[in-house]
Write a protein that binds this ligand. Structure first.
Ligand code: PLP
Length: 415
């Protein structure tokens, strides 16, 4: 029997894990799609459930020995239903991208049309970006945001009337405003389209009651579980009973093989956490923290895309400071602040060096940081951008960043 521990057997991998843990402890994680899971979620991920094959669904598996796996998966589903008010839930998608692919496969024929948001206006790669295989199979067309940063509903309706899409898709990865699901549903009803929301980024804010919930209204809702929802890396599909069988078949056997039950157990734990009153407070604080950043970046003279934020993230045009998104990201990295470069609406620069940076507050808020820390951090970010070629200044800010993070420890007992 192989009984070796990581420490005994593979100091090289352990070393990399330790360095990554230290990087997470000592840096300011502001990528809005990232978060820190609880030790309970990590325990489930590292559990023996990873050993089990369980193709199929609870009570209808292709393998024996699934009685405890069925308990775990059923619990995850029941908790997700409670959290979002869903009629039907599939917790098997391995991540957000395969969740979306499964929905397309469940509801579309090759060549069918999907109306989604323009990618430079906040849409996601998996919403039919030309580099994806989905774009070869289905016909993706695009609506945009208007000059005030709102979803341009007139444009959306005109596109829907012209192209008669099978699916109207909302939900974004760089859009910072609330979504008016009722108005989009009304347009979908007018043209007979299925409504789909991809809430990957904002699922936690919805679960915490801080943003509108499309689940009771929309036909299908996909999400990741690892962003604001603060669970393990994974995906989930919620839908009306009417689409349940098509969705389940598309996930398995249509797209995937055996589900990752260690991960599904970790999802169940994260959902239990999200059902607690503390999670409401956490998600309210995410938004308060983002509002502080909004105020500070306005004061510093940056242009905030979409006019500001209603959620956890900001998309900031940095070009008026004489710098591009790539340079800003690199300079911020040197100062221990992690963000990502990002296209802004109708960006004239390239995706490899776009005009903006995207940053958010979910991970910092998990550490316990509040308004006062956000003021400080916004000031540092501005200083980094204004002094991006001054290595000494960047190193000085990195020291200050490290001092701050010491007051908000992450995983004191691990590794
Ligand atoms: C992150 C994200 C995804 C993809 O999730 P992965 O887990 O990275 O595959 C899909 N849609 C949206 C809107 C996202 O933000």
């Amino acid at each position: 029997m192989h009984t070796h521990t990581l420490k005994e057997f593979d100091p090289i991998v352990l070393g990399s894990i330790k360095k990554e843990q230290q990087r997470q402890e000592e840096g300011l994680e502001m990528i809005p799609s990232e978060n820190f899971v609880s030790p309970a979620v990590l325990e489930a991920l590292g559990s023996v459930l990873t050993n089990k094959y369980s193709e199929g669904y609870a009570g209808k598996r292709y393998y024996g020995g699934c009685e405890f796996i069925d308990e775990v998966e059923t619990l995850a589903i029941e908790r997700a239903k409670l959290l979002f008010g869903a009629e039907h839930v599939n917790v098997q998608p391995l991540s957000g991208a395969p969740a979306n692919v499964a929905v397309y496969f469940a509801l579309l024929q090759p060549g069918d049309t999907v109306l989604g948001m323009d990618l430079s206006h906040g849409g996601h790669l998996t919403h039919g970006h030309p580099v994806t295989y989905m774009a070869k199979i289905f016909n993706f067309i695009r609506y945009k945001t208007d000059k005030d940063g709102k979803i341009d509903l007139d444009n959306l309706r005109n596109m829907a009337l012209e192209h008669k899409p099978k699916i109207i898709l909302v939900g974004y990865s760089a859009y910072s405003r609330e979504i008016e699901y009722e108005k989009i549903k009304a347009i979908a009803d007018e043209v007979g389209a299925i409504t789909m929301a991809d809430i990957a980024h904002i699922a936690g804010l919805i679960a915490g009651g801080q943003m509108n919930n499309p689940v009771p209204l929309f036909d299908v809702v996909t999400t990741t579980t690892h962003k604001t929802l603060r669970g393990p890396r994974g995906g989930m599909i919620m839908c009306k009973e009417k689409y349940a069988s098509a969705i389940d078949k598309a996930v398995f056997p249509g797209l995937q093989g055996g589900p990752h039950e260690n991960n599904i157990a970790a999802k169940a734990i994260a959902f239990k956490e999200a059902l607690l009153p503390e999670f409401k407070e956490y998600t309210a604080q995410i938004k308060k923290n983002a509002k502080v950043l909004e105020k500070k970046f306005n004061e510093f003279g940056y242009k905030l895309c979409f006019g500001g934020t209603d959620n956890h993230l900001l998309l900031i045009d940095v070009t008026m400071k004489g710098i591009g998104g790539k340079q800003a990201q690199i300079a911020l990295d040197k100062a221990g602040i992690t963000v990502n470069k990002n296209m802004i609406p109708d960006d004239t620069r390239s995706p490899f060096d776009p005009s903006g940076i995207r940053l958010g507050t979910p991970a910092l808020t998990t550490r316990g940081m509040k308004e006062a820390e956000m003021e400080t951090i916004a000031t540092w970010i501005n200083e980094v951008i204004m002094n991006h070629d001054n290595e000494a200044k960047l190193a000085e800010i990195k020291t200050q960043v490290k001092e701050l993070t010491k007051k908000f420890p992450l995983y004191p007992t691990l590794v």
